[in-house]
Design a binder for this molecule. Structure first.
Ligand SMILES: [Fe+2]
Length: 206
């Protein structure tokens, strides 16, 4: 038996983990892979993945804004808002995954890391500190409004380019979820008496 083999150094099987590895990227951000059996031309997939990455960055930001609000909310409505914000956070998590995977299946590369998202999103950055409930809700509504507008533009363009799958994802999932969540939030900004009704006419009659 050769000396090397006897020492076990030539064996292809090795229980030692090969840690701290780095190598060049296998695909650059902003490109799409060529041969995909989707019947969608490369320029269409390039444009759609670029726009979906913008929607992704904004959706990740809204998702995180919900968690910030969930943690930092204060006041008499703490419990219901704490739960509502987390419910919407969970729904946004699902949307993030749907958008990111749509980008990948179109041959593109999804944004993923916080620093890249922060550089890309167009949603206003909130302060690190705590804000009162009406401000928290207003920030969330502004983000929803921005995303809803973006969805309508993107869906129309996807339809125009023949990318029905993107159109369906954007309308059926992203747009509808954002519309519904915006309604739930908006109702919290209506002035409403909690104990005494304030209709002057009714007070006279009583
Ligand atoms: Fe929690």
């Amino acid at each position: 038996m050769p000396k090397k083999e006897a020492a076990g150094r030539q064996s292809p099987i090795n229980a030692q983990p090969r840690i701290h590895q780095r190598a060049r990227e296998i695909q650059a951000y902003g490109t799409v892979s060529h041969a995909l059996p989707l019947e969608l031309d490369e320029p269409v997939r390039l444009e759609m993945t670029e726009q979906l990455n913008q929607l992704l960055a904004d959706t990740i930001t809204l998702r995180d804004l919900y968690k910030k609000s969930h943690w930092q909310v204060a006041g008499p409505t703490f419990y219901q808002l704490h739960l509502l914000f987390d419910k919407h956070f969970g729904e946004q998590v699902e949307l993030v995954d749907g958008i990111a995977e749509r980008i990948q299946l179109l041959g593109g590369i999804s944004l993923a890391m916080a620093a890249d998202v922060a550089e890309t999103t167009r949603i206003e950055r909130p302060p690190r500190g705590r804000e009162e409930v009406p401000v928290q809700i207003s920030r969330l509504l502004d983000a929803h409004q921005f995303i809803i507008g973006q969805c309508r533009t993107l869906a129309a363009r996807a339809s125009e380019l023949g990318d029905d799958g993107t159109n369906d994802l954007v309308v059926s999932d992203v747009l509808r979820t954002n519309e519904l969540e915006a309604w739930f939030l908006s109702e919290h900004l209506v002035e409403m008496p909690l104990v005494h009704a304030e209709d002057p006419g009714m007070r006279k009659a009583g």
